[in-house]
Design a protein around this ligand. Sequence first.
Ligand code: F6R
Ligand code: MG
Ligand code: MG
Length: 362
Amino acid sequence: KKITLSVIKADIGGFVGHSNVHPECLETAGGILAGSPLLIDYHVTHVGDDINLIMTHELGKNSGEIHELAWNTFLSCTAVAKKLKLYGAGQDLLADSFSGNVKGMGPGVAEMEFEERTSEPVIVYMADKTEPGAWNYPIYKMFADPFNTIGLIIDPKMHGGFLFEVRDLIDNKKVTFSCPEEIYDMLVFIGAPGRYCIKSVYQKGTNEIAATSSTQRLNLMAGRYVGKDDPVLIVRCQSGFPAVGEALEPFANPHMVSGWMRGSHSGPLMPVSVNTSSPTRFDGPPRVVALGFQLADGKLHGPQDFFADVSYDLARQKANEIANYIRSMGPFEPHRLHLDEMEYTTMPDVSKRLKDRFEKVE
Ligand code: F6R
Ligand code: MG
Ligand code: MG
């Protein structure tokens, strides 16, 4: 019997500003999922201003029924957000009506279908104020870097390596790299996370799904700025996959990601608990939460809020120090993103106004 784990998220309105989700929205979502006969189990949570629906069922990936359930849940939450005049109510619901699949409609989706192992530990990662490419660095560390994951060296079940499916979000193409043999080729692409994103990782030999992420780019879909495409990631752990601790280890070093204020800045990704996941300083710094679950016949036992642990205190301190330093750059790159990557810009207007002031230099 196969179980599907679906994580579907959307920002349907912030409380206050773009910082958090109002409790009434979470209650509304929980009430709707509790009443659905489609689900085996669910957990409603949030990171910053994004509502995350973590759901298990037997309907497979891309199920129209599950996506419609998520869509309708977000619509009901939007009604609450509108009533409370929350900030940006309904911002991620780009379509007027549901058309069979939430992909391309605004919400972010990560789903995997698998036969539950004797024991099935999974981690659901959720980030706010950043983009899908933010997962490239940690996924690479988990599944391809022996300095992070000792299992790649000393666990016979991991020693063969993993297959990485990489998406080109601009040209809408995909390519699969076999690692470790092709890490140098792969890094050419995934080192540019604004365009190339690791979509999924598979165990070599068995082709078992090991990790999968959401790769929507909301700003490209909408053709105008509508908020960051804050991403989610699911990783299966232990017994041939990274140990829980190997899957958490990359976040002990806060890497730089794109997002933060107005989706237009570079900053450190700070690991935090759900309750401390609301970005405040300069609408940030970007946050990541990791929730662990043991699956048992599709039931979600958990969560363990991993980054609540004191062993991430130094990562948070380092992230604060990096934030302090890079904030001192103000409107200068590389704190401010490169012109092509900014989600807010006044460049066309200002250039137009100053057009006649620019003289040709001989
Ligand atoms: C970034 C983000 C916020 C907003 C900022 C301005 O992803 O959500 O930093 O971009 O608060 O928001 P508006 O333009 O809605 O006032
Ligand atoms: Mg928002
Ligand atoms: Mg958000």
